[in-house]
Write a protein that binds this ligand. Structure first.
Ligand SMILES: [Zn+2]
Length: 200
């Protein structure tokens, strides 16, 4: 069920501004999630870390480089911090926008949860098998070639310990390729968000 909140009304207004239809129920069907990315957390060379604020009630995203803009760390609905981002494309007018995973699910009815789970799983451990959502995504975005796609499907769900050394190495290499692609989406979004912020 959709909950009418302040953030939702902002999101609704902004999505409608970017849609062909002026009616929410049909406007929201104009949008597809074409890409996703996750802000990297913790350690050197990473962008952000999520911490509780002083009251411990809400979490705040601290960015190493001070970058936090709409479309990178901030949802179209103004909610922040967001870590899991969805790049949305309007099928009718070609416009793009970035919305947090939660809003995409709650308000646009698109559930990318399994894809994010798959990404987080291989990011934690490169030897893990990508799940079916991640395999589909890698195929759609042509991150992997036909042979690699076949390899991923035939070894899906198999434990790293049951793979040969060669297979394990191949899986790691493919997983690195997928993560590099997703990081490139994050970098592009970060750059665009900074340009938009400067222009505002
Ligand atoms: Zn939002």
């Amino acid at each position: 069920m959709e909950r009418e909140t302040h953030n939702f009304s902002i999101l609704k207004t902004r999505i409608l501004e970017r849609s062909v239809s002026k009616v929410w129920e049909s406007a929201k069907t104009e949008w597809d999630c074409i890409d996703v990315f996750i802000i990297r957390r913790g350690g050197d060379g990473y962008d952000g870390v999520v911490r509780s604020d002083e009251s411990g009630e809400r979490s705040v995203m601290l960015f190493n480089d001070g970058h936090r803009c709409e479309g990178y760390g901030i949802c179209l609905c103004t909610h922040e911090p967001i870590v899991e981002h969805c790049v949305l494309l309007n099928k009718l007018n070609g416009s793009r926008t970035i919305v947090g995973n939660i809003c995409v699910k709650n308000f646009l009815g698109i559930d990318m949860g399994r894809l994010f789970d798959g990404i987080k799983r291989i990011r934690r451990d490169l030897c893990k098998s990508p799940n079916s959502s991640l395999i589909e995504y890698a195929a759609r975005q042509k991150i992997v070639n036909e042979w690699e796609l076949g390899f991923m499907s035939s070894t899906q769900g198999k434990r790293a310990t049951s793979l040969t050394f060669k297979q394990r190495t191949k899986r790691q290499q493919i997983n690195e390729q997928i993560l590099a692609y997703i990081d490139s989406i994050a970098d592009a979004a970060k750059e665009k968000a900074a340009v938009d912020k400067a222009a505002a």
